[in-house]
Design a protein around this ligand. Sequence first.
Ligand code: DX5
Ligand code: ZN
Length: 226
Amino acid sequence: MHQVEILPSILSADFARLGEEVKTVEAAGISMLHVDVMDGHFVPNLTLGPPIVESLRKVTNLKLDVHLMITDPDFFAPVFAKAGAYSISVHQEACRHLDRTLRMIQDLGVKAGVVINPATPVATLTEVLHVVDYVLVMSVNPGFGGQKFIPNSLRKVAQLASLREECGLHYAIEIDGGVSLENLGDIVRAGVDWLVAGSSVFHSVNPGDTVREMQRLAKSATAVAV
Ligand code: DX5
Ligand code: ZN
C-alpha cells in the first residue's frame, strides 16, 4: 500500500491571508504544500517569487514543493532552494539539458522532479527516470487553477507506475490540476502518490475539512487497491 499525500496548492488561497490559510490546511495533518511559480513566459500567468517561499518557511514546517513553470529554471532553482524549498520540479519542455538541471537541483540538497504537460508523452522521460525523485503529470495545461481534469493523464500515471515497477525505481508520482473529491479515488487507484489540489481545497467552505475528506477517500482507495 502506498502512502498518499494531499498537497494543497496555495495558488488558490487568499494571498492577503496566506499564513492563516496555510495553518488551516496544516491542521488537517498534511506534510507538504504545493507552490506554483509562473513567469508570464512559459505560461500565460504570473504568480510569486522566492520571498513568498522564504516567508512561508518562517511560518510553517510543511515541506514546500516548488513547481517551476518558468523558462529559466537553471537560474531560479538555486534561488528557490536557498529560500527553503524541499522539492523543486522543472518542466521537460523548458529544459534543454534536463539531466544536468535535475542533478544540479539534487546537488543543492533538494528533491528533483520533472513535469510533463498534457501533450508531452511519458516516453520523453525514459532517460531521466532513474535520476528523478518524482515525476509530475500535469492533468491540466499549466497556468491557472480551477481547470477541468484531462482524463488521459491517468493513462500516463499508469505507464509511469508500471515503468517504476519494471525498472525497480523509486520515484514518486505526482498529479496536478483539476483534482477534486469526485475524481480523487480514480487518481489514487491509477498509482499517484502526491495529489495537488488548489481550488477544490481553498475555494471550499472549509479547506481543513476538505483536506480531511480527501485523506479519507485516498485511504479507502488504497485499501481497495491492495
Ligand atoms: C496549474 C498549477 C496548479 C494549480 C492547480 O498550472 O500548476 O498547481 O494550483 O489548481 P486546481 O487544483 O484548481 O486545478
Ligand atoms: Zn502546480
